[in-house]
Every structure is written in structure tokens, then in C-alpha cells.
Design a protein around this ligand. Structure first.
Ligand SMILES: [Zn+2]
Length: 444
């Protein structure tokens, strides 16, 4: 039995991370304020259908309706095993047509076979057609007293207002990486499997807020390593996760415009059989953290050592340039998403060319840097201060250069010549290419 199946929550208390929804439902059960329609909304893998099954048990448990599910009576067991005739699960993605809902309506009027309530769990409910929603609405307007609907969706905005207004809506939040890591640690403890704590964070990160996905990845990693201990090295190998240094070096190559190093890194990744889709995704996650730490935002999804390395790397970057890198690679990642049948050699080509383009773009001055420079020049001309003494309103950190900045020249007293010299220095300071004609104009 997979870990995900074995550790599927069976009680309201097990649904870590969804405590507020669980508490509201428990209160409703204990005060016998049972609604006829519930709508659970949230990202995939956050426990919507699990909560729906727990609620179904709470309604039909021999002790019920109760918030204290026994999990051992006939009703509870049948629901847990997915074979209760009175708890009907429908996947709206594949049963979205009007006939499916007509059938449901025809059946709903009959009393439950042996339970207290007939519970319809409709997953991915946003997939229903407009006609189907209208048919469902008629039942929601006048539901048979023995029926409870539990609708679940990842896309609340696609559900007509007429439906949502007749449901009690519960929002399920995504789990953060720490919460997922804690849950994984709990499972490993119960399984008596030794583990390195830092091995859990990459799994949690890859789960992208879905506990179910994270548990499946944990399963996969344990099967891959075939051992009784979970190590960071095994997780990295199993999930194709590269050490932070790899991204550090790669991004450093982008900053210094070292195309040779960048293309060589891609070559090595491809030779080593790395999945370039995964690499690009992880590179984006790395860049995101770089942007966040440069804005002093706290990040919890990485170990302290890794975080310190990223903070140091971020300090060398101009924020605008960093954001440009992120945006271009983000677009490429979206394109990768559309190239589902692309061969790895095609992905490699697309990645390489995008990186070459990026390096060239990074060599051009950004618009914001130019605007700031013009502002400073204006101040210099208006106040007569040397350009170096003017301060940009939002300072752009200059990249560290190997060549020393040109030394300021003494003012000549000729206002026009001084301005020209100032302009030239200002441009040279940021290494904007000055063509010979402009140089002549500036008296250089
Ligand atoms: Zn029970």
C-alpha cells in the first residue's frame, strides 16, 4: 500500500493545515446544523476530497451525525474503502453532460439504502456544462431532505453565482513547505524510517503546496534509494535536484556574460541525462528566492546554509537585471509547458538560444538605469554639482566591473564643455557604448 493511501487522513483532526474548515464543519455537526450543499475550494492535493469523505463518515457514522467519527462501524469502513452505496463520488471532468446530472437528479429522490444521508461528492465541479449547472441548481433549490451535496473545485470563479450562493463555501489553503516537511517527518517516524531533516524540504518544495504529491514523491524516493534511511543525497538523485552551487555558478555566468561557462553547464547537464524541464523550473525557483532575499523577504523553504549562499549571490546583482532574467526564463518555461511532445534535444536548443539572447540583453543598459542616469544628469546640470555627487532616487547597484571607472577631470570653466565632459563620464561609468561620433561631439 502506498504511503499516500496509508496516511490518508481519517478524522477531522488529521487534516493538518485545514484546521479552520475542519473546526467549522465539526461545530455544524455537533450543533446539528447540517447544510444540504457544501462547496470546497482550493488547489489540488490540499485535502478537499479527503475532507468530503470525512464529512460523509461524520454524517453516516453509527454514532452520527457526529464530529467524533468511530472509523470502525459498517458505514465508516465502507466509506473509507470507497464502497458505500450511499456515498456517490462523481468526477465532473468526465461526467459533465446534462444526461449525467439528469441521472443524478432521478436517483437523488430515492432514500438512502442503509445510511442516514445520501452524499453526493462532485469533484472538479467547475467542469460541468452550463446546462448541467442549471439542472443541478434545480436540485440545490429544493434538495430532498436526505441528500447532502459536497462540491469540490480548484477553480471557484468558473462556478455560477447561482450555485455558490446556495452552498456553504470553504476555502482550503495550500500547505507551505514547512508544514509539508513536518507531515513527512511524522509519517517517517511512524514508518520507523531514519531521515535527514534537510532531505524533506526539497520534497516539500517539489510538491508545490500539495501534501498528496509530496507524499507520493516521498514514496518514489524511498523506492528509488531502496534503503531504510532517507538522505539528502538520495532525494537529490531521485528528484533530479542539483545542489545550490550549480545554480549559483550558472547565474554567476549569466551576470558576468560568460556564455562559454553557461553553454558548457547545459552541455554537462544534458550529457548527465538531467531533465531540462526540471532544471529550468528549479532555476526559476532559485531566481525567485534571489529576488525575495534581495528585498529582505524571509524564505523558509531552504536550509540556512543554502539560503546564505543565495543571499551572497544576490548581492552581486542589479535587481532590475535579475528580474529581467526571471521574466525571460519564466516565458521560456511556459513555452516548454506547451511543447509537451518536444524531444530533450529540442528543449536544449530552445534553452541555449534563449540564454544567448539573455546574455546579450543583459549587456544592454536597462531603461530604468538610463532614466535614473538622465535624472542625475539633470540634477548635475541644474545644481552645477559633479555627476558623481548626484544621488539617484532609487539607487541601482552597479555591477562589479573589472575595469576601473574613469577618473573625473578638472572642470574647465567652460559650461558647455563641462557638461559634455560630465555626460561622457556618466556614460563611461556605466559602460554604455559611446560611438566615436558622440565621443567627438563630447570633445573626447
Ligand atoms: Zn462510524
Amino acid at each position: 500500500m502506498s504511503l499516500a493511501t496509508r496516511y490518508r487522513p481519517q478524522n477531522f483532526e488529521d487534516l493538518v493545515g485545514q484546521l479552520s474548515a475542519a473546526q467549522s464543519l465539526k461545530n455544524a455537526l455537533d450543533y446539528r446544523k447540517i447544510g444540504h450543499a457544501y462547496l470546497f475550494h482550493g488547489a489540488r492535493g490540499v485535502g478537499k476530497t479527503t475532507m468530503a469523505r470525512i464529512l460523509a463518515k461524520a454524517l453516516n457514522c453509527v454514532n452520527g451525525p457526529t464530529s467524533q467519527i468511530c472509523n470502525s462501524c459498517e458505514h465508516c469502513v465502507e466509506i473509507s474503502e470507497g464502497r458505500s452505496t450511499d456515498v456517490i463520488e462523481i468526477d465532473a471532468a468526465s461526467n459533465r453532460g446534462i444526461d449525467n446530472i439528469r441521472e443524478l437528479r432521478a436517483q437523488a429522490v430515492f432514500a438512502p439504502m442503509k445510511s442516514r444521508y445520501k452524499v453526493y461528492i462532485i469533484d472538479e465541479v467547475h467542469m460541468l456544462t452550463t446546462e448541467s449547472f442549471n439542472a443541478l441548481l434545480k436540485t440545490l433549490e429544493e434538495p430532498p431532505h436526505h441528500v447532502v451535496f459536497i462540491l469540490a473545485t480548484t477553480e471557484l470563479h468558473k462556478i455560477p453565482e447561482t450555485i455558490t450562493s446556495r452552498c456553504q463555501v470553504f476555502t482550503f489553503k495550500k500547505f507551505n513547505a514547512r508544514e509539508i516537511a513536518d507531515r513527512l517527518a511524522h509519517i517517517l517516524d511512524l514508518e520507523k524510517i531514519a531521515f535527514e531533516r534537510e532531505a524533506l524540504l526539497p520534497i516539500a518544495e517539489r510538491g508545490e503546496g500539495s501534501l498528496r504529491d509530496a507524499i507520493s514523491l516521498l514514496d518514489q524516493t524511498l523506492a528509488f534509494s531502496g534503503q531504510n534511511t532517507l538522505t539528502l543525497a538520495a532525494v537529490r538523485e531521485s528528484l533530479d535536484i542539483l545542489p545550490v552551487e550549480t545554480y549559483n555558478n550558472f547565474v554567476q555566468g549569466l551576470r558576468t556574460g560568460d556564455l562559454h561557462a553557461i553553454l558548457n553547464a547545459i552541455h554537462e547537464l544534458a550529457q548527465g541525462g538531467a531533465n531540462l524541464r526540471v532544471f529550468l523550473k528549479d532555476l526559476l525557483a532559485y531566481l525567485r528566492v534571489m529576488v525575495l532575499v534581495s528585498e529582505k523577504v524571509e524564505v523558509h523553504s531552504l536550509s540556512k546554509e543554502d539560503l546564505e549562499k543565495i543571499i551572497r549571490a544576490a548581492q552581486a546583482w542589479d535587481r532590475n537585471a535579475l528580474i529581467r532574467v526571471f521574466q525571460q526564463l519564466f516565458r521560456l518555461n511556459q513555452e516548454f509547458g506547451q511543447m509537451l511532445s518536444a524531444k530533450s534535444s529540442e528543449l536544449r536548443m530552445a534553452l541555449e538560444i534563449s540564454l544567448v539572447d539573455l546574455v546579450h540583453k543583459l549587456r544592454e543598459p536597462s531603461v530604468s538605469a538610463l532614466v535614473q542616469k538622465i535624472e542625475r544628469l539633470k540634477t548635475a546640470i541644474e545644481t552645477g554639482k559633479p555627476f558623481e555627487d548626484t544621488i539617484a532616487s532609487a539607487p541601482v547597484q552597479p555591477e562589479k566591473r573589472d575595469t576601473p571607472a574613469p577618473q573625473p577631470q578638472a572642470a574647465t570653466g567652460d559650461h558647455q564643455a563641462d557638461t559634455a565632459a560630465m555626460l561622457q563620464k556618466a556614460f563611461l561609468a556605466e559602460e554604455v557604448p559611446v560611438n566615436p561620433e558622440t565621443q567627438k561631439l563630447f570633445g573626447g
